[in-house]
Every structure is written in structure tokens, then in C-alpha cells.
Design a protein around this ligand. Structure first.
Ligand SMILES: Cc1ncc(COP(=O)(O)O)c(C=O)c1O
Length: 223
């Protein structure tokens, strides 16, 4: 199975339709399934991200998953859904029955609010607010000597490179929390290739982001 997640956690990166087509070809060539986690599909800052569902003749090998956690700010409410090939369904049903059983009733009732026009407007406002936070946070980080940060095209994370600071990602994240009170994940929490990077979330207020920037600036000037 090939597992993809676009827009992506932790980098905010977005796969192009061409990337997805090539992943489809690879899957066909090697007879693999593709699990596509598109939980950040509505949180984007340029063109609407392509979906694996945009690739022609691929549905027989795609497990598409999405959920309410991000765009409806229902993190922790444990409500998601999948669209899967029919022949995989009995196995998935067995797994879901014996792991999470079912979604809680009150969560399902709350999620009905997601399908109202008011919620659609609210999510547009939320994404516009995320864009502001992304720009302030990324510009602020890039003004700190030794930190280099791309502006992500989706999701709500920044993944700055801090290798010039002279600390490992793990040490940087631990010391940033204990000495400066800013919580971040080391890039290595997502695998070895994350060394030299930090994951910061901008699902937080602009005031907190500005305070965090000052603290990161002070921290970096002292290490
Ligand atoms: C890639 C990805 N998929 C799914 C989720 C959401 O999971 P859940 O629906 O369990 O809240 C997250 C949240 O962090 C995520 O980053």
C-alpha cells in the first residue's frame, strides 16, 4: 500500500495532479492499494489541491479517507469517513467494529452542523484567518537569523529549517519548550528525514503566534 496525505502534515506540502497520476501508475504497475488521507483538503492557500479521486480509472485501488477534525475544528471528536473499494469493505468493517466500534451519537449530531450554509461561511473565514497567521508566522521566522521557512500551500503547519542553529531537532524542540515555553514537534517525530526541521502549528491566535515569535527569536540568539 502507498499512503499519501495531501495537503500534508507536517510540511503543509501539496501534491500536484501530475504527482498523483504518477503515484497511480506506480500503484497499478506494482498492484498496490493507495490510502489517501485528504483531511486538510479544504485548508489551502492557492489553487484547490488535486485529489487522488481526480486520477482517472483509479477507484478500484483507492482507500479515500477524510474527517471532520480539521475543517470543522472537531479535533478529538473522532469522526471520519472513508470511500473504499467494495471488496475491501468486509475487512475494514471488521477492523472498525473491533477497534472504535462506532462514532458517538452526540458527535454525529454535532457534525450535522457542518452541512449548513452558516458553517460553510465560517470555514471560509477560518481559512482566511489561517492564511494571515501563516504569513505572519512564516515572515517572522524568516526574519530570525538561521531560520528558513517556506510558506505551505495547505494545512496549518510550518516546517522551518533550523539546522544553522547548531542543535539537533530534538534538542531544539525540548529546550524551546522548557526554556522558552513554546511547544513544537521535532521534524524527526515524522521520520529521520525531519532532522534539521521543526513542526509548528498555526492553529493558534495571532497574539500567541507573535508572542511565540519573540520567544523563538530570543531563544535562537542565546543558543
Ligand atoms: C494527516 C492527518 N490525518 C488525520 C488527522 C485527524 O485524525 P482524527 O480524525 O483522528 O482527529 C490528522 C490530525 O492530526 C492528521 O494530521
Amino acid at each position: 500500500m502507498i499512503v499519501i496525505n495531501s495537503p500534508q502534515n507536517p510540511t503543509g506540502g501539496v501534491l500536484t495532479l501530475d504527482d498523483l497520476r504518477k503515484i497511480g501508475e506506480l500503484a497499478r504497475k506494482h498492484d498496490l492499494l493507495i490510502l489517501s488521507d485528504e483531511i486538510y483538503s479544504e485548508i489551502y492557500y492557492a489553487d484547490r489541491p488535486a485529489s487522488i479521486l481526480d486520477v482517472p480509472n483509479i477507484l478500484d485501488r483507492v482507500l479515500f479517507v477524510n474527517g471532520f477534525s480539521k475543517i470543522y475544528a472537531m479535533t478529538g471528536w473522532r469522526l471520519g469517513y472513508g470511500v473504499v473499494p467494495e471488496d475491501t469493505f468486509p475487512t475494514i468493517e471488521l477492523f472498525v467494529n473491533n477497534s472504535v466500534s462506532s462514532a458517538a451519537t452526540f458527535t454525529q449530531r454535532a457534525a450535522l452542523e457542518a452541512f449548513t450554509p452558516e458553517t460553510e461561511k465560517a470555514t471560509e473565514r477560518m481559512v482566511a484567518e489561517f492564511r494571515k497567521r501563516r504569513d505572519v508566522f512564516a515572515d517572522g521566522l524568516n526574519s530570525i537569523p538561521g531560520i528558513h521557512c517556506l510558506k505551505p500551500l495547505g494545512a496549518f503547519y510550518l516546517f522551518p529549517n533550523l539546522s544553522e542553529a547548531g542543535l539537533s531537532s530534538d534538542e531544539f524542540a525540548n529546550r524551546l519548550l522548557s526554556e522558552a515555553g513554546v511547544a513544537a514537534l521535532p521534524g524527526t517525530a515524522f521520520g529521520d528525514y525531519g532532522e534539521g526541521y521543526l513542526r509548528l502549528s498555526f492553529a493558534n491566535s495571532l497574539a500567541d503566534i507573535q508572542a511565540a515569535l519573540e520567544r523563538i527569536r530570543n531563544f535562537v540568539s542565546q543558543v
